[in-house]
Design a protein around this ligand. Structure first.
Ligand code: GGG
Length: 355
C-alpha cells in the first residue's frame, strides 16, 4: 500500500535551493523504486528574495499555510544585504518556534571515504546524536538595545536566556527516550552551571531529576568547554548529547566538521507530540560563496530527507537512502568540501544509482 504525504518545500536562500532540489530528486527516485510512499510537494518561494519584494521572509499567514502539511523540507536561510538575524528570525525560527518544534535532532555520522580530522574515525565507527533544545534558552528573543545611553557610555544591549522547568524537562525526557533506542544507552548533559548560576543550574537540576526515571541509562554532566574538547579527544564515549539551543548549535557544527564537513550534517526539528508539522533541513546555511555553482554538498539535505522518512513511518526507506549515500561516498563521488571534485548533480546521480 502507498501512503501519500503532503510535504512543504521551502528551499529559501543560496545553496538551499540546490540541495532541496537534490533531495527532492533522490526522494522521487526512491519513491519510484519502492512505491510504499508518495510525496505531494507544495513549493513555497519564501526567503530573502521574498523579503526583498514584500518586506518579510514569509507571508503573515505563512504558518497557517503550512499547518496542514505532514512535514516541511527546508533548505537554508540568509543572504548578504539583509542582516542574518532578520532572515533567521523571519523564517527558520518563526517556523521552529511558531510550530513548537522543540526538539532538534542532529546526528553526527561518519561516512566511508570521507576524510576526517579524527584519523581512525572509520575504524571506530563513530556516531552520536546532538539533541538541541529548540524553543527557548538563548533563543528566547528577550532583550533590547538602549539607544539613549549615558553621555559617553555608548549603547547597552541585553539578551536574556530563558529556561523553563517544563521546557527543560521535555528535552531531557526526549534525550533519555532516544538513548534507550541506541546501543549505548547514555546521555551526556552539557552545561555551564559553574558560571551561569540560574538558568544552567535549573538545567542541571532537571537533568538529575529526570535521570532518576531512567536508571538503565548512563549519565554524565559536562561543562560545554570540556564537551568541545571531548568531542575531539574522546568521541567514542558519546551517544546522546543534550544541550541548550546555543551550545548544541555550536557543538553540532564541531561534530559535523569532525566527520568531514558541515555539508554532511542533517537535522530534524520535531514537534514530538505531532500537533504541528515537523521540519527537516541540512544543518548548513546558505553558503553565498558557492551558491549557484552546482558544487554544494547535497548529503546533509539527503540525510535530512531520511530523517523525514523515519518521522513519516518509513524507516526501511530511510535506511536505503543512508546506505545509498555511503555507497556514493565510498565510491569516491564526493564534492569539494569533502575532498572530491564531484558536482552536486554527480553526487545525486551516484546516490540514485545506489538506491
Ligand atoms: N539550514 C539551516 C540554516 O539555514 N541555518 C541558518 C542559521 O543561521 N542558523 C543559525 C541557527 O539556527 O542557530
Amino acid at each position: 500500500m502507498t501512503s501519500t504525504y503532503k510535504i512543504a518545500a521551502i528551499p529559501a536562500d543560496g545553496v538551499g535551493t540546490e540541495v532541496v532540489d537534490a533531495g527532492k530528486r533522490v526522494l522521487a527516485a526512491l519513491q519510484e523504486r519502492h512505491p510504499t510512499f508518495a510525496l505531494e510537494w507544495h513549493d513555497f518561494d519564501w526567503g530573502t528574495g521574498y523579503y526583498e519584494q514584500h518586506g518579510r521572509m514569509m507571508p503573515e499567514d505563512g504558518l497557517e499555510q503550512l499547518r496542514g502539511m505532514d512535514a516541511i523540507y527546508f533548505g537554508a536561510v540568509g543572504w548578504p544585504g539583509v542582516p542574518d538575524h532578520v532572515t533567521l528570525w523571519g523564517l527558520r525560527l518563526a517556523i521552529c518556534q511558531g510550530f513548537d518544534q522543540w526538539a532538534n535532532v542532529r546526528p553526527v555520522t561518519f561516512h566511508p571515504g570521507v576524510p576526517s580530522p579524527i584519523v581512525d574515525a572509520h575504524e571506530r565507527e563513530l556516531d552520536w546524536v546532538v539533541v538541541r533544545e529548540n524553543s527557548e534558552g538563548e533563543y528566547s528573543g528577550f532583550g533590547g538595545r538602549n539607544f539613549g545611553g549615558r553621555e559617553g557610555s555608548g549603547e547597552v544591549a541585553v539578551q536574556s536566556a530563558v529556561f523553563t522547568e517544563a521546557g527543560t524537562e521535555r528535552i531531557m525526557r526526549f534525550a533519555f527516550d532516544l538513548a534507550r533506542t541506541r546501543d549505548r544507552k547514555k546521555v551526556s548533559c552539557v552545561t555551564k552551571s559553574n558560571a551561569q548560576q540560574y538558568g544552567m543550574v535549573l538545567w542541571d537540576d532537571v537533568f538529575a531529576r529526570v535521570a532518576q526515571d531512567y536508571p538503565d541509562v548512563e549519565t554524565e554532566k559536562v561543562l560545554v568547554d570540556a564537551m568541545a574538547a571531548k568531542f575531539v579527544l574522546r568521541p567514542e564515549d558519546l551517544s546522546v548529547v543534550v544541550a541548550t539551543n546555543l551550545h548544541a548549535d555550536i557543538l553540532s557544527d564541531l561534530g559535523s566538521a569532525m566527520a568531514g564537513s558541515l555539508g554532511l550534517a542533517s537535522s530534524a526539528n520535531l514537534n514530538p507530540e505531532r500537533r504541528t508539522p515537523s521540519m527537516f533541513e541540512p544543518v548548513h546555511g546558505s553558503a553565498p560563496d558557492i551558491a549557484g555553482q552546482g558544487i554544494a554538498n547535497p548529503i546533509g539535505a539527503v540525510l535530512s530527507a531520511a530523517l523525514m522518512l523515519d518521522h513519516l513511518g518509513h524507516p526501511e526507506e530511510a535506511t536505503r537512502l543512508r546506505e545509498a549515500v555511503d555507497k556514493a561516498t565510498g565510491a569516491g563521488v564526493r564534492t569539494r568540501d569533502v575532498g572530491g571534485a564531484a558536482t552536486t548533480e554527480e553526487v545525486v546521480e551516484a546516490i540514485v544509482a545506489g538506491l
